[in-house]
Design a protein around this ligand. Sequence first.
Ligand code: ATP
Ligand code: LTN
Length: 345
Amino acid sequence: MEKQNSKTNTDTITRRKTILSGIQPSGKLTIGHLSGALDNWVKLQDEYNCFYMIADLHAITVRQVPALLRSQTLETVAIYLACGIDPKKSTLFVQSHVAEHSQLAWVLNCFTGMGECSKMTQFKDKSKTHKENINVGLFSYPTLMAADILLYQADLVPVGEDQKQHLELSRNLAQRFNHYYSNTFKIPEPYIPKIGARIMSLQEPTKKMSKSDENERNIIFIDDTREQIINKVKRSVTDSGSEIKMAADKPGISNLMTLYNIATGKNFTEIESEFSGKGYGDFKLAVGEAVADYIQPIREKFIEYRNDKKMLNDILKEGASNAHFVASRTLSKVYKKIGLYSLDK
Ligand code: ATP
Ligand code: LTN
């Protein structure tokens, strides 16, 4: 506790801006999460007061197998750490461990119009893919996300393009609440990194590589072995023609070039000249090997951390307590402003 309070005090004194982001433990994380989110989160740790969350309550808006959800939650923590999220610099916690998220979400539900939630693209998409279970949680998903963000008075929220609409609602709700009552919430800004490529599915390269895709051949997981990675890349879909170049009509090759760029740091011009005159076979082998080399140290750390449940639990306990410290202050203010009767004074 002492350490957490001193961390919070330091942040207050230096007035570092606050960042909050999260990923749902709805599957194993992929190389897309690494390049599109985690690599960036790691860089932000030195400059910002970061809260990195595992959004397990969001994950249950679609049906999950309980044992898998539990193990994926712990695996996600191990991956955050293996990628370089440092619990001494950032607060790392599980959403359901901090009750204030559900509590504020309920209040925000009472300030959100039905129309605002029903127009959300993600709700419309998931209602199509999960026709058998279009539940109220899926509908009000964005108000829980707003609670996640507003509880910590986040200045910036790193998200992919697909979450921008949810962030816009968080901003509207914060403004609405501040207007009805008085200034309570900071208005968060989206933080869409300049770099951070979108990785596409290996078999259907016009679709995003996604952890909940049922076809594992589409995905490079962070815990895939060297052989698995090389094989998946070897079997990936390529395009007609034989040239290795970035082009809109070559989504397969362009995606492999992006992967090679992430793994080696070489730019697209360098990659094009390295493989000029060579065939797809040589290129795929080089991409597979480079990606395997890139993933290997992260995978090794992941395995080490995943097997140390005590260490993971200790980090999560400290994270939950630190998060609760901040979140409870915001929630108390909100309860007071809306007129909920309190037993304290
Ligand atoms: P799900 O399939 O469970 O809905 P997902 O695998 O599509 O999830 P999210 O959990 O929504 O991914 O991803 C969290 C964040 O990770 C995104 O906001 C985005 O920044 C990043 N991300 C995920 N997949 C990719 C990808 N293929 N390429 C780049 N960034 C990605
Ligand atoms: N909805 C996000 C995960 C998420 C999140 C958040 C991201 C839940 N709460 C708060 C940023 C801020 C997703 O599925 N990518």
